[in-house]
Design a protein around this ligand. Sequence first.
Ligand code: FPP
Length: 247
Amino acid sequence: MPVSQIEDNLDPEKLPRHVAIIMDGNGRWAKRKGLPRIYGHKKGVEVAKSIIIKSRELNIPYLTLFAFSKENWQRPKTEVDTLLLLLKEYLQKELPLMIEKEIRLKIIGDTEDFPEELKKLIEQVEKKTENLKGMTLVLALSYSGRAEILRATKLLAEEVEKGKLSVKDINEELFRRFFYFPELPDPDLLIRTSGELRISNFLLYQLAYTEFYFTETLWPDFTEEEYLKALFSYQKRERRFGRIYEF
Ligand code: FPP
C-alpha cells in the first residue's frame, strides 16, 4: 500500500493517545555501511525528527522516545559524548520548530547524571515549551524503568515516614504521582526497531496493557511509511485490558 493510502485508511478517532518508541539498531546500521557507530546515531536523530513531526501532524498527543538509557553510560566514552552532543544540538536547533509546532518537551530519567550545561539547556527548553498544547514529546534520558519504580517507592515511603500519607492511602493512582512525569498516560503502542524482542528496562510499570509492534528495520531506516503501518496494525487490534467481549 502506498503511504498516502495507508494514511487515508487510518481512523483518526482510533489513533493511540501515547506512542512509545525504542529506537534500536543505530550501531548495526552504521556497521553494515562500514561507518563508525556515531553515524548511525546521527542518522537516528534525523529519523527521530521526522517521526516527531509526523506524530504532531497526526495529532498524537504524547510521543515518548527512549533516547538514552541508564545502562548507556557504560558505552565507550566517545560514544556517550557523541550521544550527549547530539542531544544538545537537537535541543538547541529544534527549539524554534518545537515552538512553531506547539510541541512541549518533557524529560523522564535521572537528568542529574548529565553535565551541568546540558541540565541547564534541558530546563530552559522544558520551561520555554511548558504551555504548548499541540503535542508532548517525552525524551527518556538516563532512564531506567526499575530506577523510576524504586525512586517512586522511596519518595512515597518518605511521605509515609513524615506522616503526610498513610499506608492505607496507597493505590495505583497515588503511586504514579511519584513518577518522573505523573501526567503521562500509559503508552497505547510501543514500537521497537531492529528485530530485538525485549523491553530493556523501558517504562516497566506503564507498559502493562500496551500493544507491541516489533520490526526488523533498523532505526535509521525507519520511515514515516513504516510508522503509519505500525499505527494501522495497532488500529486493527482488539484491546481487552484483561476482560472478555462476547457478542
Ligand atoms: C540504539 O541503537 C540507540 C541509542 C542508544 C540511542 C538512540 C538515540 C537517538 C536516535 C538520538 C536521540 C534522539 C533525539 C531526538 C535527540 P544502538 O546503538 O543500541 O544500536 P545497536 O543495537 O545496533 O548497537
